[in-house]
Design a protein around this ligand. Structure first.
Ligand code: SF4
Ligand code: SF4
Length: 113
């Protein structure tokens, strides 16, 4: 969610800036149409291995703010759209994009006309 703010400077003038704040899935609930699912390997992620909030690059880059900071970061699959950016930016390859159908919860509906 983007919004503008007008902080006051010491000289009394105002500067217009924009702010982005995490919101639950800009694309709405996407879990039922996502075709690829990110799977995070805690054994490879340094945050999990070290037991502290290191890295968190996936959290920074997820365009839908569906990753929560953590040890390891947690992906909210109800809102993840499967874009794969988290896997692309992960420096250790700890996130793999997998076919959604492999997880047995794919619920594609066939349209009958
Ligand atoms: S695939 Fe990764 S970057 Fe894309 S929406 Fe899901 S968690 Fe976020
Ligand atoms: S980007 Fe990769 S290594 Fe960094 S916290 Fe996320 S999953 Fe772990």
């Amino acid at each position: 969610m983007a919004e503008s703010a007008t902080p006051e400077r010491p000289d009394g003038r105002f500067i217009e800036i924009s702010q982005s704040r995490p919101a639950k899935g800009e694309a709405g609930r996407t879990g039922d149409w996502r075709s690829r699912r990110p799977v995070l390997d805690a054994g490879t992620c340094p945050a999990a291995k070290q037991g502290r909030e290191t890295c968190q690059i996936c959290w920074v880059y997820c365009p839908d703010a569906t990753i929560a900071r953590g040890v390891p970061p947690v992906i909210d699959l109800e809102y993840c759209k499967g874009c794969g950016i988290c896997a692309e930016v992960c420096p250790t390859g700890a996130i793999a994009m997998t076919p959604e159908a492999e997880h047995g919860v794919c619920d594609f509906k066939v349209r009958s006309e």
